[in-house]
Write a protein that binds this ligand. Sequence first.
Ligand SMILES: NC(=O)c1ccc[n+]([C@@H]2O[C@H](COP(=O)([O-])OP(=O)(O)OC[C@H]3O[C@@H](n4cnc5c(N)ncnc54)[C@H](O)[C@@H]3O)[C@@H](O)[C@H]2O)c1
Length: 342
Amino acid sequence: MIRVGLIGAGFIGRNHFNQYQELTDRAKIVALCDAVEARRTGDWSGIGGNIGDAQGSRRDLGDIRPVADWREIVGDPGIDMVDICVPTGMHPEMTVAALNAGKHVLCEKPMALTAEACAPVLAAAEKAATKCMIAQCIRFWPEYVFLKQVFDDKRFGALKALHLRRQAATPTYTLNNWALDPALSGGAILDLHVHDTDFALFLLGKPKSVCAQMYKQLNGSVDRVSALWHYNPDLIVHIEGCWDWPAAFGFNMGFSAIFEKAAVLFDISSGKPLTVLRSDGGTETPAMLPKDGYFREIEYFLDCIAKNQTPKISTPRESRDAVAMATAEQRSAELGQPVEIQ
Ligand SMILES: NC(=O)c1ccc[n+]([C@@H]2O[C@H](COP(=O)([O-])OP(=O)(O)OC[C@H]3O[C@@H](n4cnc5c(N)ncnc54)[C@H](O)[C@@H]3O)[C@@H](O)[C@H]2O)c1
């Protein structure tokens, strides 16, 4: 049984908490840390987010120990794994401290706010005898897993065009609105769009160059980015991330992938299943893997710990690269010209 210390009982911490309740054969949360007393003791009313269970509620935490100071979690010999679900700016310090204390670490995305700030995390992860994974849930999300499968097995021929999109209303639900402070969240480009820079790297590897446009409006954070990733003249890759929509828009993540013999279409906000439109006229809605990417990433990480295997689906180096790609896009937008990728 893997003994977990969960740090951060906000929107995504609550989500992770719920996933562990379905993985009780493998893991048990023994301590829950949050800076806010009500949250660490199970009063989750008022917690909101952009996807999933939008309403918080009161939970009976049973024998789970409430903890005020995250260092107590990291130093606790009765904890094997630390799950970090706090605002992004705190990820590096907590991840490095937990790894140095000999814990396995699952940390929410993005790894850090800049590629430079990722460096100590990557170094600690690569030195550690324990496992470390950044929770890039889209690599585990069934529709995106399907896209990767059909890209890899070429059943629809070569990919000709890809549009990855992550579109949202302005987030107003994080504690004290930390997401709207670019110094804490990095803005939409790092908080939201980084899911798609990570997935594009997973699918296609690094491009030769990127060319992006963006604009900033809220507190100087990047609220919209639109990027073209150049691989070769036969492939068009467009990645869009924004949180500048009016509240009524809600949230969407999705993609259109045009292959030689079919198009694959998914938009979570449509409520429709992923659809394959075949060039010969047929339409299919293939069966997807069960559960969502949040469950699947945690299940996978627990399995890696149990089997003593290094997580391969999402590595710390790749998570660093996802941040670096977002930074490269921002540089391209600021320069008004394409930026080469090393
Ligand atoms: N994978 C996803 O789809 C996804 C979705 C949402 C958020 N996230 C990521 O998860 C992280 C948290 O976002 P959120 O939406 O849950 O934010 P949130 O504001 O809802 O929750 C953050 C929690 O962290 C707590 N906290 C802050 N500082 C702390 C400290 N020093 N010690 C202990 N607790 C502390 C806060 O009290 C709060 O309860 C961010 O990095 C965000 O990018 C990922």
